[in-house]
Ligand binder design. Structure first.
Ligand code: GLU
Length: 490
């Protein structure tokens, strides 16, 4: 069997995007599934927009997701260097070969000339493409242009009347007419290769067996195939994975939610949940189950089950998955994740002592159930701690109006007041004690207390809420609630 070698080849022009992360993940999954290698190659030929900062962000985001690579700029490998700007000599050698064989040529057209050509094409109702004006310059013409100080680009000479078929493992055979492709630039005037050119040389020299990437690159593929052929390289297998659309079926953008991986990290999403969610963006498992660890996805992953139709980025689904993972995760980890949010919102000091940490644990115990992202803990807590508590609706209001309400509150407060420590395990038995004392059903006790303390009909367990509020705030709320129905707290 051939050696499976795949690659993720981001341009470091910004943080790792959700779409990029999905491409990286699918490549990782395929490599792990087939016992192959994943190469990380940094395509930094856009000198103005590329930055080391973005490169670091991309690598950190991949690591956070648990996507590791076997070769790359940081770990090295036998086919390096793995940054395109460090491979310029390699490209130059191939360019010389193409020039010598007449498969590429210098083009001296200025921006203005090209713009005029473009307009003329459009005026004729044609797709703009290069006319081939410089494709057969005489040595004299070249000299004249050089003397004018023009800096040439190098264009690839696209063969005429050729059908180029992309054999795509996801999309089937997709055919292109070479006459629709103008001679395109492979080396810019500053000597830097373009994406379509460098990518071919790198994929070939790095012995990439499968090029798996986003669908938007499908239209680049015929150009790349022409270069493979011109250089006598073997063409790899291609797999173009579908676009990611927002729920409204338009291209995924900031309007649909956070677009970069690091934003999800900052919002308190768990990497396992993000991976699980990303895997389902275009790939579907065989059964009904939707919650998988990375290992489980690797076991099941196959290109046959990667869909052609667009994947829809459903934020609610991500939240749902993340909530499941939060509830599955050990408490210690959630505490660690929650702490910075609590500190930032001033619920906890910068250097929390044991008592504060116990409180944090309490908060996590109380709220983890209802979180879909860890950062939300602050909002939930804000509501709990807010000065103004009022019944959320008429039903809640009516519960406070029940005859038994003041008695329930008084009985409960008498017991709570005397507790030496307000801890969940101490508070929990008090409700039963009240029901026994007053001979009331559980609901008649819980509900009025819940509404008096939170204003809401549903929420975290009261035996967690009360220790979070503390005795003072609990007292104030109970008092205010009984006063609202004209009674008193004894
Ligand atoms: N640098 C390209 C990008 O980030 C890579 C595309 C490819 O995988 O060939 O879109």
């Amino acid at each position: 069997m051939e050696d499976v070698r795949v690659r993720f080849a981001p341009s470091p022009t910004g943080p790792l995007h959700i779409g990029g992360a999905r491409s990286a993940l699918f490549n990782y999954l395929l490599a792990r599934r087939l016992g192959g290698k994943l190469v990380l190659r940094i395509e930094d030929t856009d000198l103005e927009r590329s930055s080391r900062e973005s490169e670091v962000n991309i690598m950190d985001s991949l690591k956070w997701l648990g996507i590791s690579w076997d070769e790359g700029p940081d770990v090295g490998g036998s086919y390096g260097p793995y940054r395109q700007t460090e491979r310029l000599d390699t490209y130059r050698n191939f360019t010389q070969k193409l020039l010598d064989e007449g498969k590429a040529y210098y083009c001296y057209c200025t921006e203005e000339e090209l713009e005029e050509e473009r307009k003329a094409c459009l005026a004729r109702g044609e797709m703009p493409r290069y006319s081939g004006k410089c494709s057969n310059l005489t040595p004299e013409e070249k000299k004249r242009y050089e003397a004018e100080g023009r800096k040439p680009v190098i264009r690839f000479r696209v063969p005429k009347d050729q059908e180029i078929v992309v054999q795509d493992l996801v999309r089937g055979n997709v055919s292109f007419d070479s006459n629709g492709i103008g001679d395109f630039v492979i080396v810019k005037s500053d000597g830097i290769p373009t994406y379509n050119y460098a990518v071919v040389i790198d994929d070939s020299l790095m012995k990439i067996s499968h090029v798996m990437r986003a669908e938007e690159h499908l239209s680049n593929t015929p150009r790349q195939i022409l270069i493979y052929q011109a250089l006598g390289f073997e063409v790899p297998k291609f797999a173009h994975i579908s676009l990611i659309l927002g729920k409204d079926r338009t291209k995924m953008s900031k309007r649909h939610g956070a677009t970069s991986v690091v934003q999800y990290k900052e919002l308190g999403y768990l990497p396992e949940a993000v991976v699980n969610f990303l895997a389902l963006l275009g790939w579907s498992p065989e059964g009904e189950e939707e919650i998988f660890t990375m290992e489980e996805i690797i076991e099941q992953f196959s290109l046959d089950r990667v869909a052609k139709n667009p994947a829809v980025f459903d934020m609610d689904k991500l939240k749902w998955i993340n909530g499941i993972y939060i509830r599955k995760t050990e408490k210690e980890r959630i505490i660690k994740l929650a702490l910075p949010y609590l500190q930032k919102a001033d619920f906890v000091s910068k250097k929390p002592g044991q008592e504060e940490m116990e409180w944090v644990e309490l908060v996590v115990d109380a709220l983890a159930e209802s979180l879909s992202a860890v950062s939300e803990i602050v909002e939930h807590l804000g509501m709990l701690k807010s000065e103004e508590i009022a019944p959320e609706n008429e039903e809640a209001e009516n519960i406070l109006k029940e005859d038994t309400f003041p008695t329930v509150v008084n009985s409960f407060w008498q017991k709570l007041k005397d507790l030496p420590e307000v801890k969940p395990e101490n508070v929990k038995p008090l409700f039963k004690a009240v029901t026994k004392e007053l001979k009331l059903g559980g609901k008649k006790v819980y509900m009025p207390l819940r509404i008096a303390l939170t204003g809401e009909m549903h929420g975290p367990e009261l035996f967690y809420i009360i220790p979070i509020l503390g005795k003072d705030l609990t007292y104030k709320r109970l008092q205010k609630a009984v006063e609202s129905v004209g009674a008193q707290l004894n």
